[in-house]
Ligand binder design. Structure first.
Ligand code: FAD
Ligand code: SIN
Length: 521
């Protein structure tokens, strides 16, 4: 089956939905979501979205904080532009119905998080992402120009390759004409042909054993773009959130927002001793890479599986009003956070790199735009500042909107695109091969490509991954496509890019820390 549209949006988080709403005034939009519309990283965001709006704050301060966190690898022009866009994009979210908390004086109750010099985080209690996702879904569902395809899994981007033309990574002349997608309810594959394709497929957390990301985060968009010969960069910069709730077996790991530390919660060893000041004068509110490494080090020194976060000094009323979900979640596990310390452990949380895009949100592939966590824009450099990622996603989907709608009139649908070719494949009975390979992959990444790396660990990871890669490609060629095998393949491609770029970076900087190249300062 074939379906035509003007804009094909792959992903239904903040990047995908905000783009879809805007471009819908210019043509027919189709949104693909591999799960239900709301199952996105966006809806799990807790802390909030950073923007400069108050007199006590300034663009300069937010720019400085972002550059400092990024450890010298941010693109300064991008940082300046994104920070200055924040106010307008927040207004848009509010116009679409997102509600952010206000104080008794009716001003926005702006929070502070690690690495921020001022209170500038717009939030909705401790479930900001849920609120944003709710407002965007409501707006999208009321829009007649948008068709929504839930449980539709994008398999591959359609390029000249599918018209039997040879394209190479170097030639730089790849064009995208849409995507093939598998309906997960009936296993039919549809050929979605579009003038513009927009990737908003989010993160990669499930490449690791422990992650705050929902299970949809398997790097699909990055892997599809890579296979289509698009450019990716900065993949070595994987951010581990310092404080996920220690609750073995729970996937995704429940996040304990940094905003709790912004409100005064303090990290302590299992013996109840503070330790962060040893590592950074900002203590528990130092940037994430520093805090995650400090916790990792303390756990290694003491041989423990977790450290504690002590929120008992925060007034109960404040905890109840501002952190109701964390309070409730901990309570369900028998932890009363007004009296007991919270056991926490770092978990894979966010990818700073991804598909390389410019300030128009264009990828290196023609007619293919991208925004959100799947991309590398230059904003985060070697380490993302807290609450800058929702901001980045909404700002770059706006840039994509401005630029792609301008181009639309000069693009026509590509003729002659074939249906998905599954000749010679059969349904694999060997599901165990896929689940086991996925577990091995996660183990390799967590053991060798985690918070602290070395040349030897990375080489070992590379060699082990190669075995799984070869086996999986072999299985993929013979099997009818399923979400499971495609996710595994995408996770392997993503892991390959992380390891390769980590191997190529011969220094410790930001989130990439290797014992073979100790930090300069
Ligand atoms: P997502 O919201 O992840 O959406 C991805 C979409 O792509 C989904 O709809 C998915 O179904 C779809 N998709 C993926 N692959 C395919 C495929 N093959 N076919 C079809 N559809 C596909 N950032 C902040 O700035 N502030 C915060 O407070 C904050 N807190 C966070 C807390 C948690 C627990 C987590 C996990 C992240 C947090 N982040 C936060 C990061 C932020 O939430 C994400 O970076 C951001 O929401 C990503 O948005 P996105 O639109 O790029 O992708
Ligand atoms: C958090 O609430 O701690 C997460 C914020 C973020 O990832 O930006």
């Amino acid at each position: 089956m074939k379906k035509n549209c003007d804009f094909l949006v792959i992903g239904s988080g903040i990047a995908g939905l905000s783009y879809a709403i805007k471009v819908s005034e210019f043509g027919k939009v189709i949104i693909l979501s591999k799960s239900s519309l709301n199952e996105t990283n966006t809806q799990y965001a807790q802390g909030g979205i950073a923007a400069v709006t108050e007199k006590y704050d300034s663009y300069e301060k937010h720019i400085e904080d972002t550059l400092k966190a990024g450890a010298g690898l941010c693109n300064k022009e991008v940082v300046e532009i994104v920070v200055k866009e924040g106010r307008e994009r927040i207004k848009e979210l509010i116009n679409w119905g997102a509600e952010f908390d206000k104080s008794s004086s009716n001003n926005f109750d702006l929070a502070k998080e690690g690495g921020h010099s001022e209170n500038r985080i717009f939030h909705h209690k401790d479930n900001t992402g849920f609120e944003i996702q709710r407002a965007l879904i409501k707006t999208v569902k009321n829009n007649k120009n948008i068709e929504i395809y839930e449980y539709h899994y994008a398999l591959e981007l359609i390029t000249q390759h599918h018209l039997n033309q040879v394209i190479t990574r170097k030639s730089g002349n790849v064009e995208c004409y849409g995507a093939y997608a598998l309906n997960l309810k009936n296993n039919h594959i549809t050929t979605f042909i579009s003038k513009i394709t927009f990737i908003a497929t989010g993160g990669i957390g499930n490449v690791y054993q422990t992650s705050t990301n929902p299970t949809i985060a398997t790097g699909d968009g990055i892997a599809m773009t890579y296979r289509a010969k698009g450019e990716t960069e900065n993949m070595e910069f994987v951010q581990f959130h310092p404080t996920s709730l220690f609750n073995p077996g729970e996937r995704p790991s429940f996040l304990i927002t940094e905003a709790l530390r912004g409100d005064g919660a303090i990290l302590k060893t299992q013996q109840g001793k503070t330790f962060m000041k040893k590592y950074d004068e900002r203590g528990s509110l130092a940037p994430r890479d520093i805090v995650a490494r400090a916790i990792d080090n303390e756990m290694k020194i003491s041989g423990s599986d977790f450290v504690y976060l002590d929120a008992t000094q925060i007034p109960e009323k404040r905890l109840t009003e501002h952190f109701p979900n964390i309070l409730q979640k901990c309570k369900s596990l028998g932890i009363d956070i007004t009296k007991n310390f919270i056991p926490v452990v770092p978990a894979a949380h966010y990818l700073c790199g991804g598909i390389k895009v410019n300030l128009k949100a264009e990828t290196s592939i023609k007619y293919l735009y991208a925004a959100g966590e799947a991309t590398s824009t230059g904003l985060h450099g070697a380490n993302r500042l807290a609450s800058n990622s929702l901001l980045e996603a909404i700002v770059f989907s706006h840039f994509a909107f401005e630029n792609s709608t301008n181009k639309l009139k000069n693009i026509s649908h590509k003729e002659g695109i074939p249906e998905w070719n599954d000749e010679g494949t059969s349904l694999s009975e060997e599901m165990i091969l896929i689940t086991q390979a996925n577990k091995e992959l996660q183990q390799i990444m967590s053991s060798y490509v985690g918070i602290v790396r070395s040349n030897l660990r990375l080489k070992r990871a590379f060699d082990r991954l190669n075995i799984i890669y070869t086996e999986t490609e072999d299985l993929f060629k013979k099997s009818v496509v399923t979400k499971e095998i495609c996710e595994l393949r995408n996770s392997i491609n993503t892991a390959y890019l992380i390891i390769k770029m980590a191997k190529d970076r011969k220094e410790s900087i930001g989130l990439h820390f290797t014992i073979d190249y100790p930090p300069k300062d």
